[in-house]
Design a protein around this ligand. Structure first.
Ligand code: URA
Length: 219
């Protein structure tokens, strides 16, 4: 079974489970183009995502955090997943990590946060802020990929390990890859430390600052 077929099968299993089924009989999956059932406009996509029940995170979320920003943004920031404040407000990066991200954007890149677009690998908060499971991340990823396709940003900043890993499939840790400029889809992808990590590791801020200067040079 191909990776896409496996994902589709998993997606169906989640749907059936959310209906209350405990047993699922294997059936043929009709191959279709990737993302064929996902809308091509951001508004439509948002509507779909707001009513998504494809993984168990839907059971504990208060709000879906779809992502926000300028639809003509040159630059897109991608984090891991909503935390407590994001879950409560339905907006990405609005807590302490969000404050730091906003400073990184406004003080180093010298642009307004509202000129960028900000999203996450998963759109619903993992309980206790744990790292999303591969099932949750892979189930949610088509939404993010569609956002990237619609926005078509010139620069993507992957914030932290989880973001970098699920965007690229590369298993290397963020400390190894941060600051690299990677050709990715039609954009340049730059991995850097997650703002939450920077809040806990003050000394990494100078490296993140350097990464942001590299980003600035590409703008
Ligand atoms: N951390 C993330 O990865 N994303 C958010 O939206 C907030 C905190």
């Amino acid at each position: 079974m191909s990776k896409l077929e496996t994902l589709k099968m998993l997606r169906e299993l989640y749907i059936y489970r959310s209906y209350g089924f405990t047993y699922y009989k294997k059936r043929e999956i009709v191959p279709e183009k990737p993302n064929a059932s996902i809308p091509n406009s951001m508004d439509e996509l948002r509507k779909n995502v707001l009513s998504c029940f494809l993984c168990t995170l839907c059971k504990t979320r208060k709000n879906v955090v779809f992502g926000e920003g300028n639809l003509n943004a040159k630059i897109m920031f991608i984090g891991e997943g909503p935390g407590l404040n994001e879950d409560l407000q339905g907006r990405p990066f609005v807590g302490k990590a969000g404050e730091l991200l906003t400073k990184m954007i406004e003080n180093v890149l010298k642009i307004k946060r509202s000129e960028t677009y900000i999203a996450n690998i998963v759109k619903c908060r993992p309980p206790e802020n744990r790292v999303p499971t591969p099932e949750e991340a892979n189930m949610c990823k088509p939404y993010l990929f569609k956002q990237i396709e619609i926005l078509s940003p010139q620069i993507i900043v992957a914030l932290g390990n989880t973001s970098y890993h699920y965007l690229t499939g590369d298993e290397r840790g963020i400390t190894k890859v941060r600051g690299e400029i990677i050709e990715y889809k039609n954009a340049k992808l730059i991995p850097t430390f997650h703002p939450s990590y920077l809040l806990r590791n003050e000394s990494a801020k100078k490296e993140a600052y350097r990464d942001m200067l590299r980003v600035k040079a590409l703008l």
